[in-house]
Design a protein around this ligand. Structure first.
Ligand code: SAJ
Length: 440
């Protein structure tokens, strides 16, 4: 491992990245840009073709990424390929494939298993395999290592070495997070962790902390579970504020003045594919444990779209109307403000609930391709405007014009964007998440 570490430090080590998605492509490009020869492998031939042509196939605005990809492909430092055979000469192989949980909230690791089997069959002696994908505690030891051993005929920590360095990327900030955030370098041996630090030090300015693999697995899944549980608390507090006559934002502001408190924001639900699945990966690390808190938090967050529908029903009922047959303008479809990423969007859950209740939904989102356009066209003649994503573009909505444009003057705000006073001044019937209903 010391030889490998010195070759890494001299940037002579050959790197391979399996999976050129929104995690793998940025890290492959950064390592190539730092001077390594990098082979990037992906099963999707069209994605490889686009990268070979110097294009970046990742949607959305990712500052700095496209020019970097173009540069390192043109210089030959990054070689995209669909052939796993090209991995045979790699000294360090990063695995960046998706690790979803299935309907039973457990991971099958289809892509991870496939990558390990293909890699194992060609892997060179002494290779270092680093899983960057988010995985349940124990996965390196119980899934990755045995697969690599059986496919390669080599023994872990003898014929090859293992690491887990979980990624901390976020859509819209892929390069920024990759280069600035700290990373846990979990190695199958202490020397392996040190070699991992040497590798990531060439592209990461944040802390690089040595650990073992299970610690790295626990850290990543725990940090996202922590966020999900805290969002769930904010959501449950908002429901209690509604029932008890409080204002969630005001209560949150005053609670957070107390040292060591940081109540997050209640909302229309939790989307994305990190926070929604990582809690289940953490729980998977202790199969015998009943993950009561994790499951309850997931259930609370997943219940929020239905709660927002309840706010809509309440507003329409105050005008003697029902959801059935109502035309509802849904403002926001991505899972996160000012993003085009729609994975696991709470808006989709809300729309399904609303349509099941007989509503006609018209969706608008300034960032999502199929829902762009003039927001006033979506609002025209609607019986309610329901704000589900706090896109900056919606902050400028003129509520007086909204009142004139809607057929029924109802505004439901699930992201704390508008004040009840301004909505009522505009003549709108208002329901705000975490706000008690104040009869007119
Ligand atoms: N959300 C709330 N209330 C909050 C915060 C978020 O309802 O107070 C909702 C959002 O609307 C969204 C979902 O939760 O639907 C997730 O939001 P997020 O801000 O956590 O964004 P993600 O999913 O991109 O989370 C990622 C995670 N980073 C990685 O997995 C590397 C997370 O750990 C980070 O905290 C987050 O980015 C971030 O803020 O950087």
């Amino acid at each position: 491992m010391s030889t490998l570490q010195s070759r890494i430090e001299k940037k002579e080590a050959r790197i391979a990245v399996i999976g050129l998605g929104y995690v793998g492509l940025p890290v492959a490009a950064c390592l190539a840009d730092a001077g390594f020869d990098v082979v990037g492998v992906d099963l999707k031939a069209d994605r490889i073709a686009r990268i070979q042509a110097g294009h970046c196939p990742i949607e959305g605005e990712e500052p700095g990424l496209a020019p970097m990809v173009s540069h390192v492909v043109a210089s030959g430092k990054l070689k995209p390929t669909t052939s796993f055979a090209d991995l045979a000469t790699a000294d360090v192989i990063l695995i960046d494939v998706d690790t979803p949980v299935e309907g039973d909230n457990k991971p099958l690791y289809r892509a991870l298993r496939g990558a390990c089997e293909s890699l194992g069959s060609v892997m060179k002696d002494g290779a270092l395999v680093i899983v960057e994908s988010t995985i349940a505690p124990g996965t390196v030891d119980k899934v990755v290592a045995p697969l690599l051993e059986s496919a390669s005929g080599k023994k872990r920590n003898q014929g090859f070495f293992l690491g887990h360095c979980p990624e901390r990327v976020m859509p819209g900030r892929l390069l920024k997070n990759l280069t600035e955030l700290s990373r846990v370098c979990g190695g199958s041996t202490p020397e392996t962790a040190k070699a991992m630090v040497a590798l990531y030090a060439t592209i990461v300015r944040g802390d690089l902390d040595e650990a073992d693999c299970v610690t790295a697995e626990l850290v990543k899944t725990a940090e996202n579970t922590y966020r999900d549980v805290n969002i769930a608390f904010a959501n449950e507090l908002a429901l209690i504020c509604e029932a008890s006559g409080g204002s969630f934002l005001r209560v949150r502001e005053l609670v957070n003045k107390s040292p060591g408190r940081n109540v997050l924001l209640s909302g229309a639900g939790v989307g994305g594919h990190c926070i929604t699945k990582d809690p289940w990966l953490l729980a998977h690390g202790a199969p015998g444990l009943d993950p009561k808190l994790i499951a309850a938090a997931r259930a609370r967050n997943d219940s929020m779209p239905a709660h927002v529908l309840g706010l809509l029903e309440s507003a329409l009922a105050s005008l003697g109307k029902g959801v059935s047959g109502a035309r509802v303008a849904v403002l926001g479809y991505s899972y996160l403000e000012d993003s085009d990423d729609t994975r696991n969007s709470p808006s989709e859950a809300f729309i399904q609930h609303a349509r099941a209740a007989g509503a006609e939904c018209v969706v608008h989102d300034p960032w999502v391709h199929e829902h762009k356009g003039d927001v006033w066209e979506a609002l025209k003649g609607a019986d309610a405007a329901v704000l589900l994503v706090a896109h900056t573009a919606y902050r400028r909505l003129d509520l007086g014009a909204l009142k004139k444009t809607l057929r029924t003057p109802v505004l439901v705000d699930a992201r704390h964007m508008f004040s009840r006073a301004s909505a009522r001044a505009a003549g709108l019937v208002f329901r705000g998440l975490g706000r008690a209903v104040e009869e007119v």
